[in-house]
Design a protein around this ligand. Structure first.
Ligand code: GTQ
Ligand code: FE2
Length: 365
């Protein structure tokens, strides 16, 4: 706490007296808390999140997931072999941030994770591997490196590994947000997955994943994106083109050397899920971002390359698969020598929808 804050607080406090002690005992007995003793914590001048900046190393996560694969069955009851990142500022809860769940999920050769549905919204991002199909409301969706896949709330889903190799991927959900707000519903589905076929393209993509083209059979907008899988080839091409445009002196990049896309819902143009924003960022060799703060928390995963991440007072070198958390309003700067590709997700839609969104970009110096 700053000296100034301490004096401000003192200035607003009453004179100690036996009567005051009695007043406070009265409050306690009636389960009442006065604002004047709490104001600094409750209403800070700017966000002061409990969550801390933190990095998890893929090289440490993967062997632990592999051990879990040997020791822990996947099936009805536990439902998923998913291991959550627990932010060190959140008291041991399995939460990456106050609103976001981020987990590594692991499926061994030929294993099946049974179907269920829940009000929590979910996505998968694949940093390496292939061979798993996630079946979303009966639609089998192939999972491959670089793909971003959606499981919107209340859609039945199960996963099955068709390969002789294990596969691990990143899950992102709004589990903490739904938990804190007491809005969770959950229902079991079949113990198997309903459709064991392995099409290269889901029915959802065949209907929706043609750029700028909308089926006339589905003109109503939907809360969540109807696109089950955003394929790496499209993401990669979009970023490659942004940087090529920059080479030609044409507009398109977010800032010099920094190409970026947001995954969107084609029926609204907005975010893919009601509570989760997802993006992909590419820094050219030698590039650095401006320093940005925003309301809401984010989790990033390095897809390829190496770089340096600065979050608040913390700074880490990062490489493929590493995950890091940016708590609300913490300044973030990314830089790279050899080039850096990153996936990012955040809870920003919640705050924007409620009129609480704010972004601040520091001037480049
Ligand atoms: O794959 O259905 O990491 O329901 C957490 C909860 C994954 C899933 C998680 C889930 C899932
Ligand atoms: Fe699930």
């Amino acid at each position: 706490m700053t000296e100034q804050k301490a004096t401000e607080q003192k200035a607003g406090q009453p004179e100690p007296s036996p009567q005051l002690d009695e007043l406070y005992r009265g409050f306690e007995k009636e389960l009442l808390v006065p604002l004047w003793t709490e104001i600094g914590d409750l209403m800070p001048t700017q966000p002061n999140p409990a969550a801390q900046p933190h990095v998890w190393r893929w090289d440490n996560l993967l062997p632990l997931a592999e051990s879990a694969g040997r020791l822990v069955p996947v099936g009805r009851g536990g439902e998923r072999r998913a291991i959550a990142l627990a932010n060190p500022g959140l008291g041991g809860a399995p939460y990456a941030t106050p609103t976001l769940w981020a987990a590594i999920q692991y499926l061994g050769p030929r294993e099946v994770a049974p179907e269920h549905r829940h009000s929590q919204n979910a996505f998968r991002f694949v940093v390496e591997g292939e061979g798993v199909w996630t079946v979303v409301n009966g639609d089998p969706v192939a999972m491959r490196r670089g793909d971003f896949l959606l499981t919107p709330g209340w859609h039945f889903h199960g996963h099955h590994n068709t390969a002789d190799r294990p596969m691990a991927w990143l899950d992102g959900l709004d589990i903490p947000f739904v938990h804190h707000t007491g809005s969770a519903f959950f229902e079991l589905g079949p113990d198997e997955v309903t459709d064991r076929s392995t099409p290269p393209k889901s029915r959802s993509e065949r209907l929706w994943a043609h750029p700028g083209l909308r089926p006339l059979s589905a003109l109503d907008s939907t809360q969540s994106s109807p696109i089950a899988a955003y394929r790496w080839e499209h993401t990669d091409a979009a970023l490659t083109d942004q940087l090529a445009l920059e080479d030609e002196g044409a507009p398109g990049v977010l800032e010099p050397g920094h190409a970026a896309i947001r995954y969107t819902n084609p029926t609204t143009g907005g975010d893919v899920l009601p509570t989760i924003r997802a993006e992909f960022h590419r820094l050219r060799p030698g590039a650095a971002t401006a320093t940005r703060r925003e309301v809401g928390s984010a989790v990033w995963q390095v897809f390829t390359g190496q770089g340096t991440v600065r979050v608040g007072e913390r700074e880490w070198p990062v490489e493929r698969g590493d995950l890091f958390v940016v708590p609300s309003w913490q300044p973030l700067t990314l830089s790279t020598g050899g080039g850096l590709d990153l996936f990012r997700f955040s809870d920003t839609p919640i705050f924007e929808r409620l009129g609480q969104g704010r972004v601040h970009v520091e001037d480049h110096s």
